[in-house]
Design a protein around this ligand. Structure first.
Ligand code: IMP
Ligand code: MG
Length: 336
């Protein structure tokens, strides 16, 4: 009953969507379950020449056989969800937990105008913080209160438990990343709840003894949107020169960038209990690895980088992203 968690290791935008889309095709799991905060996330998926930027529908939708569910801990903006159900054509196979929280217009209004949230913290303005605040106050509406969501309502915890008991594979899709955790991240410049692998279990209603693997996704350089520390931060010019310029998938903001950081990688491995590392955007650092699918295609300098990550974290790099498309990847899982 393999249950793997895919979670972010830095400040988000490591390429979880890309890794999940690859796993959806290669592993053909029975189910992918979205955890994390809510539609403040933007997961980019490229498949068969098409690009999708999703905020709620799980990234593995590209495999039409997979059941897609969203956990009780995740906030839903019904408008965002309905739009994504159209784009991804997944109405017949998506389930939302009865107890997922609902973002309402007033939450978005507060999140996008409040001087503390928007001004100081640099929130995405998607309403997540204020909605989680109402949840803590126990006055937030839940998915079960919204008639339009009725066709999708389910008990995600039960669905996952049944699947695992039948020996099926389930993958948990985390969002955000550990350094944005309300408990373990760079407070106050963090998101509105914990987003560790343990929190992902809690979002879905799965006990920690059920977890087989935790795949922490690390990008070959570090980026961050919004305010807060970023060790080794580069100037906009230097970022551009290195070809590391990126824009936020939800807000379109320019992402701040810094070189790969081994201290942060160790922290990400520890806080998530990672058993594997997925390293993304390797081709940005080493352009001659673009679209490679085999480790033998990689030169010594690039291999040394992987060896050092493994030495410093004591965890194996099992997947290496070599391009934006789901199939641009080196899969080393057989060797570990
Ligand atoms: P909020 O989660 O929208 O309240 O934003 C709080 C902080 O977390 C801001 O710095 C956001 O830029 C950051 N953040 C939240 N979600 C993501 C994400 O999915 N990727 C990157 N940064 C995020
Ligand atoms: Mg993102």
């Amino acid at each position: 009953m393999p249950f793997s968690i895919v979670c972010g290791g830095f400040w988000g935008d490591e390429g979880k969507g890309k890794i999940l889309s690859y796993l959806a095709i290669s592993d053909d799991p029975a189910m992918i379950a979205r955890a994390g905060v809510g539609p403040n996330a933007g997961h980019t998926i490229e498949f068969e020449g098409k690009e999708y930027k999703l905020r709620l529908v799980p990234s593995g939708f590209i495999n039409p056989k997979i059941r897609l569910v969203i956990g009780a801990g995740v906030l839903i903006n019904p408008q965002v969800l309905f739009k994504e159900l159209e784009v991804t054509k997944t109405k017949d196979r998506l389930g939302v937990d009865f107890q997922s929280g609902i973002i309402e217009p007033n939450h978005i209004e507060i999140d996008s105008t409040d001087t503390h949230l928007k001004g100081k913290i640099g929130s995405t303005g998607s309403g997540c913080g204020p909605a989680n605040m109402d949840r803590v106050l126990r006055k937030l509406k839940l998915a079960r209160d919204i008639p339009e969501l009725k066709p999708y309502l389910t008990d995600v915890s039960v669905e996952i438990d049944d699947a695992l008991n039948e020996g099926k594979q389930v993958i948990a899709e985390g969002s955000q990343a550990i350094l944005l955790s309300l408990f373990h991240g760079s407070y106050p410049y963090v998101t509105s709840k914990d987003v560790s692998a343990a929190a992902i279990c809690s979002d879905l209603g799965v006990g920690p003894t059920k977890v087989t693997d935790v795949i922490v996704v690390l990008k070959s350089f570090v980026t961050r949107v919004g305010t807060g520390e970023l060790p080794g931060e580069l100037s906009v010019d230097e970022t551009e020169k290195r070809g590391w310029t990126e824009y936020g998938a939800v807000t379109g903001r320019l992402r701040r960038a810094a070189p790969f950081n081994y201290d942060l990688a160790r922290k990400a491995v520890r806080l998530n209990g990672a058993t594997q590392i997925a390293l993304t955007k390797f081709d940005i650092l080493y352009p001659d690895t673009a679209k490679a699918n085999n480790i033998d295609q990689i030169k010594k300098e690039a291999k040394d980088f992987i060896d050092r990550i493994e030495d410093e974290t004591k965890v194996k790099v099992s997947l290496i992203g070599t391009g934006p498309s789901a199939e641009d990847i080196i899969d080393l899982r057989e060797n570990i």
